[in-house]
Design a protein around this ligand. Structure first.
Ligand SMILES: [Zn+2]
Length: 133
């Protein structure tokens, strides 16, 4: 479990990043907590095609990865189902059951990604996935 102070910091970092959501500070922002204890924000980047829009979760995971940190302990939520898949795949590769941190009625709730993926694909890391990426 992540301590309350860290959860608060994660939401603070996400809230601050929201002004960078593209365009015009409109969209979404999240923050990830890495195994090293660093927090990286991600803000959504909208495309007029919609298909090319980058969700804040993907941006945050990539932000951490560009700092050499792919072991994610937690991410702020809620997250859309596409992003849950991305978080789940990160979890499969790292072996860490990433915690989704939700703020509900002023309190933090921490839910492991495995609980949000009852019938996941893939069930476990496949050689095919690991060889290609
Ligand atoms: Zn998403």
């Amino acid at each position: 479990m992540i301590d309350e102070k860290t959860c608060q910091k994660m939401f603070q970092v996400a809230d601050e990043a929201l002004k960078y959501a593209y365009p015009n500070g409109k969209g979404f922002a999240v923050a990830v907590l890495t195994k090293k204890g660093n927090i990286y924000p991600g803000a959504s980047y909208k495309s007029d095609t919609y298909t090319l829009t980058m969700h804040s979760e993907a941006v945050a995971l990539s932000h951490a990865a560009t700092h050499g940190e792919t072991e994610i302990m937690a991410i702020t939520g809620p997250n859309c189902h596409i992003c849950k898949q991305l978080i789940y795949e990160n979890s499969l590769r790292s072996g860490i059951d990433v915690l989704i941190i939700l703020k509900e009625n002023g309190e933090f709730k921490q839910i492991p990604i495995s609980r949000l993926m009852p019938y996941p694909w893939p069930e476990k890391p496949t050689e095919k996935i690991n060889e290609k990426f």
